[in-house]
Design a protein around this ligand. Structure first.
Ligand code: NAP
Length: 211
């Protein structure tokens, strides 16, 4: 199947490599198309660089918006119409950092970034917040772990999105575990109790209260 990845920086590039190694066909785009072109050339045949964000969605079943929170709404507005029949996966943390490296949450404490992103999407788009729970290094080193796979947590309000994101998570070499509805997205973020945790399925299920 085909997934578009918009944003080929720190996290988008490792998501792309992991999905490609699991057999997913990829269409990549970035602000400066050179970054997507470089990554597509590095990955090889299952990945192509698209001419634009909209072009990346051509023929794609799903899109990963691997973007900083501050540019997310602008890109959603730019590509809104073709999102209406797609799984939309968002790994973004609602954070900004200044030149000193001080990190600030862009939303008031307690406000779910997932709910905010859901409000930006057009009707018909199926949202899952996922693929942002591990830092890029941990993500890359934990994929296809054996004998026990590492878990990637996700949240969604949509059953079909849940099935679709579970397929993508398995393709990337992880075991999916749902941590709740979209209002639970803060658990996945930097500072959340499920962030940067490399655990197997049993431990993960006990953490989300399914055990
Ligand atoms: N890095 C991590 O370890 C990590 C882990 C988990 C979650 N996250 C979250 O993931 C999000 C992205 O983080 P990152 O570290 O990957 O950021 P990043 O390295 O700055 O990459 C951002 C990417 O977005 C692209 N971009 C910016 N504006 C765009 C536009 N208008 N259209 C298309 N592409 C655009 C950039 O394009 P260019 O390449 O052309 O500049 C770049 O490829 C953040 O919210 C972060 O909190 C990051």
């Amino acid at each position: 199947m085909t997934t578009a990845i918009i944003g080929t920086g720190g996290i988008g590039s490792v998501i792309a490599r992991q999905l490609a190694s699991g057999g997913e066909t990829l269409r990549l785009s970035s602000a400066d198309t050179k970054s997507a072109q470089r990554l597509a050339a590095e990955i090889g045949r299952p990945a192509v660089a698209a001419a634009s964000n909209r072009d990346a969605l051509q023929g794609a079943d799903a899109v990963v918006l691997a973007l900083r929170f501050t540019v997310l709404k602008g890109v959603v507005d730019e590509i809104a119409e073709p999102l209406t029949d797609k799984l939309v996966v968002v790994p973004s943390n609602p954070l900004s950092s200044d030149v000193q490296g001080n990190v600030t949450r862009l939303l008031p404490k307690g406000q779910s970034s997932g709910k905010v992103v859901a409000g930006w999407l057009p009707t018909g788009a199926r949202l899952a917040m996922a693929f942002g729970t591990l830092s890029a290094d941990l993500f890359e080193s934990s994929g296809n772990r054996s004998p026990e796979p590492a878990v990637l947590f996700y949240v969604t309000d949509d059953d079909r999105a849940g099935q679709e994101v579970e397929r993508l998570i398995r393709t990337a070499g992880f075991e999916p575990v749902k941590a709740g509805g979209i209002e639970q997205s803060a658990r996945l973020e930097v500072g959340g109790d499920l962030h940067d945790l490399v655990v197997g399925p049993a431990k993960a299920r006990s953490l989300v209260g399914e055990a």
